[in-house]
Structure formats: structure tokens, C-alpha cells
Write a protein that binds this ligand. Structure first.
Ligand code: NAD
Ligand code: LMR
Length: 445
């Protein structure tokens, strides 16, 4: 392997995921040697809450890696090979509004599915575009590995406004689910499986899971899911779940598979296909945003403050973000031409034969030094096609609304979302969102 060492910038440096991602990068230096790690955020105070600790962590692992935390785009984006982008425009207090406003009207309140994703998308588009522009200006050969949500809408905006940018949109949710699936099927590692999958982001299905010898496991998986969803029998919620809601999500896969027992669904379909159940089980006064602010955020910032105070990361409770190792896989594939097969969000361009060529779809791709090559999917069935056509229209109308400053386009997007019962309800949600997002959205006429 080459002796080249790489420089990375983490955009959204103040994210609570940043320390775990740094630990993961440092754990993989044999695969992806690094010479510099930079943090970039447009909120100095927030990034400052974890920057010092991150600097200590890097120095203790390898003092030759240069560490910088900055709010200056030129410093951040000059001389970088990879940008890992995970920004949240409006931060968690806006996520809370995305979730709570629809719940007021009995509609799903989730950060990427339904109205919450639409509202968040309208904020994310300019933030992601701004970062792409900095990258193109200061390091034109850099690749951006973007996992800022809502990934589907952000990917559509990239396709439309930055068609030639070196941006790869990727999501960790199918990877998390594949870890579960691997356990269910008795594999030691999800990488022992070769999968076929198609759909949109947070909106797709596995149609094949093969072992290294080419033996097919999908029927075994479906049989399991029809009984237990994605949980292991007798596991209770003591398994590998960060909290009870993820256990409930894994269990709910049973109902999703029952509706079409021929393919294995992404668990996010619970919000689209069983929205009534989801609303019934959500506390409209205390949503996921509150859980994250009271849990993860306090824990990570608290531990970073402790490390800074102690001047050492020895004995830290921060853990390597194993789930995020896909970022190293992707960067390594680009850097060393590994031809790894990965699920990416890319322009359909005929891969799904009977679907809009300009839709951004999530499908397996082969990744190498010049980027990615999608794998052909063929023809998809009517149920999946119908759901996807409706959802892709929602995503495209949202980007239309952003581009044209159009109230009607956004009202149509909300009305068309499977999670929203009528144009009446869509209008109420929209009007509340406009009020809440004054600082972020373009003016809608
Ligand atoms: P967070 O709120 O903890 O941190 C996000 C950071 O982004 C904040 O510090 C904020 O100041 C910063 N930011 C906002 N606008 C910016 C801009 N224009 N330029 C630079 N920085 C900016 O958020 P989080 O909970 O860690 O999530 C970060 C993002 O990653 C979200 O979009 C989340 O949905 C996404 N995420 C994606 C996946 C995936 O696989 N797709 C998985 C987990 C999280
Ligand atoms: C995600 O997309 O990763 C989040 O929506 C998960 C969550 O916190 O609900």
C-alpha cells in the first residue's frame, strides 16, 4: 500500500458523534493513514465544548497527526483529501420543533420521515451546498462523504444544484440493520454477506442476501422476520439496542414484512405504513430530540469537559463509533481503489429500469478511485414502485419549493407525504413550520 497520508475535515465538528468518529479514524490508521484531522463548525461555542478533548485524544494516539478546530472555512477546507460532513442546520432545538409540530396534529414527528424531514430538508440544503462550495474552492480534489440528514432531500439537492461535485451521499441505517440481519442469520460479520437492496434513503428493501459461496439466505431471513421482526428470539430488549425505542423498531419489522413477505424492509417504513401506531406510541411532549439533548449530548459534552480538565483521555468512557466504520470503508475505497460494494444514494439513471432516471435511489455500488458505479437492479414490483414514486415526488417538490421559494410546492410536498392525511392538515403543519423556521427557510410565496 502507498505511504500517502491523508488529511480530513469533519464538517459539523460540534456534533456529538465527532469524538467517536475521531476514535474510529484513529483505530483504522493502518487502513487509512492520516496526517491531519480538522474540525469545522459554524458554531464556535458548541465545537469548543469538544475540541480540546478531541485534540488530546489525537495527540495521545499519534502526535504526528496535526489537529485543528476552526470556524474559518478557508483554514478548514485548505489541503484536505476527505470531508466527512454531518451538519445539523438549526441544531437539536429545531429538531425538536420538526418532531413536535406534526404531532400536534396527530401526524408522525420524526427527523427524516414525513413532515419533520421536509422541514429539516429545507434547512439542510443551503448548509450542505455552502460546505460543498468551500470544498470546491479550497480543495477541488477532495471527496465529501456526506451523511447529513435528511439524506434523501440533501442528495436530490446535490443532484440538482451540484451535479458534478465530488460528493457521495451515504447513510448508516442499512448498515445498522445489516449488523442485525447478520446476527439473525448466524454470520460473524455483515461483510460476510453480499446484498441486493433497492429503494430511496430510509425507504428500501433487501431482496437478496448471499454468503461468500453464493448461497441465498433471504427466505430464511423473511421467515425469521415474520415471527420476530429483526429481534432475536428471547433477547428481550437486553440486546444490542441503545434504547427501548430501537428495540420496538426492530420488533415492528414483523408487521412490515407481513405486508409484503417477499422482501425485507428498512425499518423506517414503520413511519410510512404504520404511522397511526407510531403516533400512538410517541409522547408529543417528549420526543427523540429531547432524549438526545438529555442523554447523548449531556454525556458526550460532559465527558469531553472531563478529558479537557484532566488533560488526558486515559480511561475515557467515549467509545469507538464502530457503526461509523463505513466512513473509513468508503474513504479507503476512494483512496486505494478497493472496489468495495456499498449502498449509496445515487442518481437512478436506469439502474431501476421502471423508475425515474432522475430520482436519487439507494442501491449497491462498486466504489473505486474515480467514484462509484451503480449495480443494475432491473424491474421493481407495483407496491414498491407506487410507494417510491409518491415519496420521490415529496422529495423533489421539497427541493422545488426551496429553489422557487414556493409555498404551493411545499404544501403539495406535505400533502403527498404518506404520513399526512389531508391537504388541510398539511396546511396547518406548513404554517406552523414557516413561523418556526423564519431564520432558516427562504421566504415562501
Ligand atoms: P449535532 O446537532 O450534534 O451536530 C451538528 C453540528 O453541525 C452542530 O455543531 C452545528 O453547529 C453544525 N452545523 C450546522 N450548520 C452547519 C454549517 N452550515 N456548517 C458547519 N457546521 C454546521 O447533530 P448530530 O445529532 O450529531 O447529527 C449530525 C448530522 O448527522 C445530522 O444531520 C444527523 O441527522 C446526521 N446523521 C446521519 C446519519 C446517517 O447515517 N445518515 C447517522 C447519524 C446522524
Ligand atoms: C437517523 O436517521 O439516524 C435518526 O433519525 C435516528 C434517530 O435518532 O431517530
Amino acid at each position: 500500500m502507498s505511504e500517502k497520508k491523508f488529511s480530513v475535515v469533519i464538517a459539523g465538528g460540534g456534533s456529538t458523534y465527532t469524538p467517536e468518529i475521531i476514535l474510529m479514524l484513529l483505530d483504522n490508521l493502518d487502513r487509512l493513514p492520516l496526517r491531519a484531522i480538522k474540525l469545522y463548525d459554524n458554531d464556535e461555542e458548541r465545537q469548543g465544548r469538544l475540541a480540546e478533548a478531541c485534540g488530546i485524544i489525537v495527540k495521545e494516539k499519534d502526535p504526528n497527526i496535526e489537529f485543528t478546530a476552526t470556524t474559518d472555512p478557508e483554514t478548514a477546507y485548505t489541503d484536505v483529501d476527505f470531508c466527512l460532513a454531518h451538519i445539523r442546520v438549526g441544531q437539536l432545538p429545531m429538531r425538536e420543533k420538526d418532531e413536535k409540530i406534526p404531532l400536534k396534529y396527530g401526524v408522525v414527528g420524526q427527523e427524516t420521515c414525513g413532515p419533520g424531514g421536509i422541514a429539516y430538508g429545507m434547512r439542510s440544503i443551503p448548509g450542505v451546498l455552502e460546505n460543498i462550495e468551500y470544498m470546491e474552492k479550497y480543495s477541488p480534489n477532495c471527496w465529501m462523504l456526506n451523511y447529513s440528514n435528511p439524506a434523501a432531500i440533501v442528495a436530490e439537492a446535490c443532484r440538482r444544484f451540484k451535479p458534478n461535485a465530488r460528493v457521495i451521499n451515504i447513510c448508516d441505517m442499512p448498515i445498522g440493520m445489516e449488523n442485525n440481519i447478520a446476527k439473525i442469520l448466524g454470520f460473524n460479520d455483515r461483510k460476510e454477506m453480499t446484498v441486493r437492496y433497492f429503494g430511496l434513503n430510509h425507504f428500501g428493501w433487501w431482496t437478496s442476501i448471499k454468503d461468500k459461496d453464493g448461497n441465498e439466505y433471504i427466505d430464511k431471513l423473511l421467515e425469521h422476520q415474520l415471527k420476530y421482526g429483526n429481534t432475536l428470539p428471547d433477547e428481550g430488549n437486553n440486546g444490542d439496542y441503545t434504547d427501548n425505542s430501537w428495540y420496538e423498531t426492530a420488533k415492528k419489522v414483523k408487521d412490515l414484512t407481513a405486508l409484503d413477505p417477499t422482501m425485507a424492509p428498512n425499518s423506517y417504513f414503520q413511519y410510512y405504513l404504520f404511522g397511526d401506531d407510531m403516533v400512538a406510541h410517541t409522547n408529543p411532549e417528549y420526543t427523540r430530540a429531547n432524549q438526545v439533548m438529555d442523554g447523548r449530548e449531556k454525556r458526550v459534552f460532559g465527558e469531553c469537559a472531563r478529558i479537557a480538565e484532566a488533560g488526558t483521555a486515559e480511561g475515557t468512557s467515549l467509545e469507538i463509533g464502530i457503526h461509523a466504520s463505513f466512513i473509513v470503508d468508503l474513504a479507503t475505497a476512494l483512496a486505494f481503489n478497493t472496489h468495495e460494494r456499498m449502498l449509496l444514494i445515487v442518481r437512478n439513471n436506469g439502474a431501476i429500469e421502471n423508475f425515474d432516471k432522475d430520482a436519487m435511489v439507494e442501491i449497491p455500488c462498486i466504489v473505486g478511485k474515480d467514484g462509484y458505479e451503480p449495480i443494475t437492479i432491473g424491474t421493481i414490483p407495483t407496491f414498491q414502485k407506487g410507494l417510491m414514486e409518491e415519496q420521490v415526488a415529496v422529495e423533489k417538490l421539497t427541493v422545488d419549493a426551496y429553489e422557487q421559494g414556493s409555498y404551493h410546492k411545499l404544501w403539495q410536498a406535505l400533502t403527498l407525504s404518506k404520513t399526512v392525511p389531508s391537504a388541510n392538515v398539511a396546511k396547518k403543519i406548513l404554517d406552523d413550520y414557516i413561523e418556526a423556521n423564519k431564520e432558516y427557510w427562504p421566504e415562501l410565496k
